[in-house]
Design a protein around this ligand. Structure first.
Ligand SMILES: Cc1ncc(COP(=O)(O)O)c(C=O)c1O
Length: 416
């Protein structure tokens, strides 16, 4: 889903001779002002004054447990990762000042792509400046006018934007509904180009896609398949390759999209593929060509982190323990959760409405716990969610502390 994005109404207000181009935001401005006027702390303007570790920061002068980052594997303070970044900064300078296809490909970018090829055991890897640009670029370049994209209605904003940019026919289906997906594929005219776009883990509720069945259906109708594994890389699957690995379909998908901004612990995006013509993408994909490449320090931290994630099975096991313990604990406290069982490192707590959701968010932060507040229209079924994302560096004791803070805050607000 498009996290945090408000879809504006059409502009109506006339000012002087022209339209006030900001008038389309009046509703959201009023909503926000109303919330803040009630004394509510702004949940979308939190400042981390100091970051102490992957799981702790100083927020509002208070030590706070972080349960709303995407630092799933806790790599941001890994000594080898930090050292690699420092060394690259010293050896190659602070930035490349250019596109990958001109002066912006350094040794570090090639090493990062090599690390990705090894991590996924795939032939090709292409690094983008963000995961957003990876989806934007790959989807818009491979599916253009006259082609069809069949995608889950709850897809991330970068997927929708990639579809819009390429101007393909977009055919959404109900979230995780295999039958609905097949119906859409069946109706596509014979001979048309078809791309099915799925995510391994859907980040709002933390649920996973039934990829085994969905990839089989896509193949039955001759569609190419792209899977965004942003929220599963490093964690799900025997080698951390994502839900595609866990479901045994990694060799059947055409493209895997991922990001460095979550488990890898830095910033950047990528696509890996075994398609024999894949390398041409470097010349025809506009969000790859027409932007500066990642700084040397970033690709060095990414490559080091990816190589360490190849040997992260102990961390993966601990993160699963954390996810199970938090899910059970929250459920036992009486909270309503987004999934029956823990399916990923994200556990979504469903709030009765935006007001109580915002109040609960504020109580949690006051009591020393940061989570993500997500609200409509970014969320499925107009839900207000407190999204908890766990880290492999959360200790068992921290998970117990998190549960205590949820209990205290829930009672203060009267939600449990
Ligand atoms: C499913 C999904 N795809 C892509 C992205 C974009 O990643 P990045 O932060 O690297 O732009 C995100 C980020 O939230 C995401 O959740």
């Amino acid at each position: 889903m498009s996290e945090g994005i408000i879809q504006p109404d059409q502009p109506e207000t006339l000012e002087g001779d022209g339209k006030d181009l900001f008038s389309k935001f009046d509703d959201i401005i009023a909503l926000r002002e109303g919330l803040l006027a009630s004394g509510q702390e702004d949940p979308f303007n939190l400042v981390m004054e100091k970051v102490l570790s992957p799981t702790r920061a100083i927020c509002n002068g208070r030590e706070t447990i972080l349960l709303g980052t995407y630092n799933y594997m806790g790599m941001t303070f890994d000594p080898d990762v930090v050292e690699a970044g420092k060394q690259a900064l010293a050896d190659f300078g602070s930035g490349t000042t250019g596109s990958r296809v001109l002066n912006g490909t350094y040794q570090g970018h090639k090493e990062c792509e090599e690390a990705l090829r090894e991590f996924y055991d795939m032939d090709h890897a292409m690094v983008f400046s963000t995961g957003y640009q990876a989806n934007l670029g790959i989807i818009s370049t491979i599916a253009g006018k006259g082609d069809y994209i069949v995608l889950d209605i709850d897809s991330h904003a970068s997927i929708w934007d990639g579809c819009a940019m390429g101007q393909a026919e977009v055919v959404p289906f109900k979230h995780n509904d295999i039958e609905a997906m097949e119906k859409r594929l069946k109706r596509i005219p014979e001979g048309a180009g078809k791309l099915v776009v799925l995510e391994g883990v859907y980040s709002m509720l933390g649920d996973i896609a039934p990829l085994k069945e969905m990839v089989a259906v896509a193949k039955k109708y001759g569609a190419m398949v792209l899977v965004d594994e942003a929220h599963s890389m490093g964690f799900i699957g025997e080698h951390g390759r994502g839900v595609v690995e866990d479901a045994g379909v990694i060799d059947d998908v055409d493209f895997i999209i991922g990001t460095f901004s979550k488990s890898v612990g830095t910033v950047g995006g990528f696509c890996v593929s075994n398609h024999p013509k894949f390398e041409i993408m470097r010349l025809v994909c506009r969000p790859y060509v027409f932007t500066a490449s990642l700084p040397p320090s970033v690709v060095a931290t990414a490559a080091t982190s990816i190589r360490k994630l190849m040997h992260g099975s102990n961390k993966r096991a601990h993160l699963w323990e954390n996810s199970k313990n938090l899910h059970k604990g929250l459920r036992d406290l009486g909270f309503q959760l987004g999934t029956e069982e823990p399916q990923s490192a994200i556990i979504a707590v469903i709030m009765p409405d935006l007001e109580r959701g915002a109040a609960m968010w504020e109580a949690l932060i006051r009591n020393g716990l940061y989570v993500n507040l997500a609200r409509p229209p970014a969320t499925p079924a107009n839900m207000t969610l407190l999204r908890c994302s766990l880290c492999a560096e959360h200790s068992e004791g921290e998970v117990s502390q998190i549960l205590e803070i949820f209990e205290k805050s829930g009672k203060e607000i009267g939600i449990i």
